[in-house]
Design a protein around this ligand. Structure first.
Ligand code: PMP
Length: 445
């Protein structure tokens, strides 16, 4: 990295002067990433970090993967022209792959540039199909910050801006740890959620509902996943009322849950609409909607996006999907997810009650930090943990309804050695915070 200029404002000062106040940065001393390879990134502070958050920030299979970098380079020297007016082979190829994996009867696909746009477009299509602006969403959800998506986002920190074009009714998300039904067994817990769902459909909607929008694993909501049976029974109720299901797979596709390309399929459910984004082009901006033709074709418009389906992005996405397939990375995500969750449970048992719950699906792992002996969220502790991990050379994220959940979501290529190293650093992070907080000695690692 080049040395800082002797005079003039720092990059951080310039950032603060020109960016809006709500663009908050991680860390006491915010980090500039200058390069990356595999699961390692280099900061302009001259330090190397093990990246256990990049999976969410779109580097699905790691940084500077030669096959993907080469696919981007090759296509960018051919043609960059984005258009829905000419044929593009990369676009058709990617659409065929998403359609084949969707398990839908008659799928249609189109591309946009982000997750927000994908969900917004799915809502546009579904509301046009039903001639209704009524939508069901889950508490604790995050779907974006455009008018439709912010209206379906159930976390106040993200949704408190919204003037909504939609009428949204929120349903129980199945997030057991923060539920009044948490002590019920799985079957009765799901019964309670489903009963509430029926009541809301019957009493809070007109009966003509355009769609229900869910995340298979809530991302910003803190990697919370409902128990077995929740989505299957939800889908059965929706089918009774003729309400299409949209599964927002912006964080879960392509295989981050370790259970197949789409997270919702592991619950035995095939939705009528799917949205994808984030990592499927390994960092280049992309969004996609897959929907049953009968719903998709109800939109009386020519196209939705100029840049959506850009050939360079399509080349990156096809190369990313090839890379995942050829290397069996979905199975690897499952295996490494198990290793990380198992290790984190051991760390939790040794945390003097600071860890309320470790949960996850594949490489979406949440660590819920609480006030010891309670379920009260401990957001300041989570901020401190993210900071401490960085000091130790590990990048992790934070989320949850109260900002108290650590999010561990490395690229799907993480190796056993790197997972072991991540656990060492996470253990050190949690133990050092417990000892500062509760005065116990720090065990020697
Ligand atoms: N849906 C989900 C589930 C997300 O996690 C996000 C982003 N965090 C979005 C939609 C919005 O995606 P984007 O930021 O690419 O617009």
């Amino acid at each position: 990295p080049s040395p800082p200029a002797a005079e003039g404002p720092t990059l951080l000062e310039r950032h603060r002067a020109v960016m809006p106040d709500w663009m908050s940065l991680y860390y006491d001393e915010p980090l500039e990433l200058v390069s990356g390879r595999g699961r390692t990134v280099l900061g302009s502070d001259g330090r190397e970090y093990l990246d256990c958050f990049g999976g969410l920030l779109a580097t699905m299979v790691g940084h500077d993967v030669p096959e993907i970098t080469e696919a981007i380079r090759r296509q960018s020297s051919r043609i960059l022209h984005s258009s829905t007016l000419y044929l593009l082979s990369g676009q058709v190829r990617l659409a065929e792959r998403l359609a084949a994996a969707s398990r839908m009867a008659d799928p249609r696909v189109f591309f946009v540039n982000s997750g927000t746009e994908a969900v917004e477009a799915a809502l546009l299509v579904a509301t046009a199909h039903a001639s209704s602006n009524q939508v069901l969403a889950l508490r604790g959800s995050y779907h974006g910050r455009s008018f439709g998506t912010v209206a379906t986002t159930g976390i106040r920190a993200w949704s408190a801006t919204g003037f909504s074009p939609l009428q949204v009714s929120y349903l129980h998300s199945g997030y057991r740890y923060r539920s009044p039904f948490r002590d019920l067994d799985d079957a009765r817990f799901v019964d309670a959620c489903i009963e509430e769902m029926r009541t809301i459909i019957e009493t809070s909607t007109s009966g003509r509902v355009a769609a229900m929008l869910v995340e298979p694993v809530q991302g910003a909501g803190g990697f919370a996943e409902p128990p077995p049976g929740f989505f299957q029974r939800t889908k059965a109720v929706l089918d009774e009322y003729g309400i299409p299901l949209i599964s927002d797979e912006v964080q879960t596709a392509w295989g981050r849950t370790g259970r197949g390309p789409f997270g919702i399929h592991a619950h035995g459910v095939v939705p009528q609409l799917l949205t994808l984004a984030k990592g499927i082009a390994n960092g280049l901006p992309i969004g996609a909607v897959v929907a049953e033709a009968e719903i998709m074709n109800s939109l009386p418009a020519n196209s939705i996006s100029t840049a959506g389906g850009n050939p360079v992005v399509m080349a990156a996405a096809n190369a990313t999907l090839d890379y995942i397939e050829e290397r069996g990375l979905i199975e690897q995500a499952d295996r490494m997810g198990e290793v990380l969750q198992h290790g984190l449970r051991a760390i939790a048992a040794d945390s003097q009650g600071l860890v309320g719950e470790v949960r996850g699906a594949g490489l979406m792992i949440g660590v819920e930090l609480v006030e010891p002996g309670t379920t009260e969220p401990a957001p300041a502790l989570a901020v401190a943990a993210v900071q401490r991990a960085r000091e130790l050379g590990l990048l992790i994220g934070r989320g949850g309804l109260y900002g108290n959940v650590l999010r561990v979501t490395p690229p799907m290529t993480i190796t056993a050695e790197e997972a072991a190293r991540a656990l060492e650093l996470l253990g050190e992070t949690i133990r050092s915070l417990a000892s500062e907080r509760l005065g116990a000695p720090v065990p020697v690692a």
